[in-house]
Design a protein around this ligand. Structure first.
Ligand code: SF4
Ligand code: SF4
Length: 223
């Protein structure tokens, strides 16, 4: 493969086959991965159906998440195959937090999405996009190629007055604080309590409760 422009064009061609997905490129010089990978390609796959608090059913919501996760894995695989075929060094960082203590993933897809300019962090601590609101599944692949990066979004675009996600949480875990790049997650949401509440379902469901209530309540992207 020639220069970065050819790589960019080829990746764009892959993404053009998935025109409903949002795609952005983040300069990850903020991350310790930068020693080995210059950019994160970030993809946001929209949910197939729009969940609202009126039509919310936990099992159906879980199915939507699984479906979007499948699609994300598929497109990441397409890009990884392309990189492998062209000797471009890449890495797919895991999304899930391995550590139940800190609940921090090795590489934050949300943070990368903000740096790629795909959206901002809402009061519900979810990535919120102009197109689909928070109803997207994020994925990312790191590549060692200095492709043109997007323009980061460092301030929330949520309406100051909006509290719909705050009020949707049955456990009052969302503080209502507006995000900016300097904010810590704990200032927005009691993430540990959210995890604890959702984990109560493991015995019954064999998985954590998906709980998308603070996502379903968001008016952005709800049509
Ligand atoms: S996922 Fe559910 S429990 Fe957690 S903050 Fe959102 S509404 Fe509250
Ligand atoms: S419900 Fe309102 S405050 Fe919460 S993420 Fe959506 S727009 Fe932002």
């Amino acid at each position: 493969m020639g220069d970065n422009r050819d790589v960019y064009k080829s990746i764009r061609r892959i993404m053009d086959r998935h025109s409903a997905y949002l795609f952005g490129i983040a300069d990850i010089s903020y991350s310790y991965y930068y020693d080995n990978y210059k950019r994160a390609l970030v993809i946001a796959v929209p949910h197939k159906r729009i969940t609202t608090t009126d039509n919310y059913v936990e099992e159906e919501f879980e199915n939507l998440l699984c479906e979007a996760r499948e699609k994300s894995s598929q497109v990441i695989k397409e890009i990884a195959d392309f990189c492998r075929g062209n000797n471009i060094k890449y890495h797919v960082p895991p999304m899930a937090q391995k550590n139940e203590e800190t609940l921090i993933a090795p590489f934050s897809y949300k943070y990368a999405a903000v740096y790629a300019g795909l959206g901002w962090i809402g009061k519900n601590d979810l990535l919120v996009t102009e197109e689909y609101g928070p109803r997207v599944r994020l994925s990312a692949i790191l590549i060692d190629c200095s492709l043109p990066a997007g323009k980061p979004i460092f301030y929330s675009r949520c309406d100051d007055e909006c509290r719909q996600c705050v009020e949707a949480c049955p456990y009052n875990l969302i503080s209502g604080v507006q995000w900016d790049i300097g904010k810590y997650r704990d200032e927005l949401i009691d993430y540990h309590a959210c995890n604890t509440k959702r984990s109560l379902f493991i015995k019954r469901h064999g998985r954590k409760n998906a709980c998308g209530l603070c996502m379903a309540a968001c008016p952005l992207g709800s049509g």
